[in-house]
Design a protein around this ligand. Sequence first.
Ligand code: CA
Length: 224
Amino acid sequence: MHALLVEDDDRMAQALGTALAQRGHTVRRVARAQDALRHTREAEFVLLDLGLPDLDGIELLRRLRTVCGVPLIVVTARCEERDVVQGLRAGADDYVVKPFRMAELMARIDTVRRRTDARADRDAPAAAAVRRGDVEVDLAGRTVTVAGDRVRLTRREFDVLALLAARPDEVHSRAEILDRIWGDAFLAASRSLDVHVAGIRAKTGRSGIVRTVRGYGYQLGGER
Ligand code: CA
């Protein structure tokens, strides 16, 4: 399997890289979140450190989850219960606290891979880009164009649109969207999500691009 190892500590990366290689995995190691996002497409599973120099790991985790459904294990020194819950809520399949026993981590990787094999197919976006009428959402490149012109959405507006576009046939509940993007389903009563949806509609000038399902949530709209 091909692993994406996101770890800014050289010694840790080397130890992990060696252990993975011994078990027959190929490894791409990156030290920055920005590089992680560029190499997600090739990864069959991801090991993610949370303390990265250019972006908080939880934020990176959310972004990775909008474009990729492969098994992902957080490997971090953050051991507060709150951190673990946040990591799992943001979409990690498992959470391992440093220092850890290498054999245990390798066993957890195997377990998570077995468990997520069936699920990975379901969760992976069907396409790298999704088109609705003259709106194109490029999930990998994180860009949106309308009639060929680039539209500047905020990071969160894009995350919401990408989540809907990744599985365009599904209706997503408010709780699911808030949980996956804000990391907190209990915000369900807040107006944040509606404000972001309004932003997407206004900036694209295509109000139908997000369909409201009253009392429940949202779905990607627009003409196919
Ligand atoms: Ca680190």
